[in-house]
Ligand binder design. Structure first.
Ligand SMILES: [Cu+2]
Length: 162
């Protein structure tokens, strides 16, 4: 009996790696659609384009994507320049972008390491480097902002081709 139990345990352990199995037909969000629309470009349900502006969850701040390298975003590391704006769309020069997190909601994982955030050339802009979108599919890039006691989070959706 003992060897049989060990084998069952191994099968369960292997299935836990399904997130990285690019051949899986049962992937959440859909293998079938992806197979039928290969090469058709970004998923229209995602937000990303140069100049796109996302509003914070609390309506306090916005983030605009000014440049992206590569453009459109591709698998693995991406470098962006973003502008931080107030609720009216004016530059929010004293607002800090203190953390950026790439997150894949269908799988519940992040980009494995934090992007680097540094002040940009213009006031109110930031260089966000090494945004690691390491799987094909839809990612959220989450921007965490703070100005004194006021905090907000802006989410921009990005579709990455396999
Ligand atoms: Cu994933």
């Amino acid at each position: 009996m003992t060897p049989r139990i060990v084998l069952v345990g191994l099968a369960v352990a292997l299935s836990a790696f399904g997130c990285g199995d690019e051949g899986a037909d049962q992937a959440p969000g859909g293998g079938d659609l992806g197979d039928g629309s290969a090469g058709s470009g970004p998923d229209p349900s995602t937000d990303f384009s140069l100049g796109v502006t996302g509003m914070g969850d609390r309506g306090e701040f916005q983030v605009r994507i000014d440049t992206a390298d590569p453009a459109p975003p591709r698998k693995y590391e991406n470098d962006w320049v973003v502008s931080v704006l107030d609720a009216e769309g004016e530059p929010a020069e004293s607002t800090e972008l203190f953390f950026v997190e790439p997150f894949m909601p269908t799988h519940g994982h992040d980009g494995t390491f934090e992007p680097t955030v540094t002040a940009g050339d213009e006031p109110g802009t930031f260089n966000v480097q090494r945004i690691n979108l390491w799987m094909g599919g839809t990612w959220e890039v989450r921007f965490f902002l703070k100005n004194g006691d006021v905090e907000d989070r802006v989410v921009i959706d990005v579709f990455i081709e396999d």
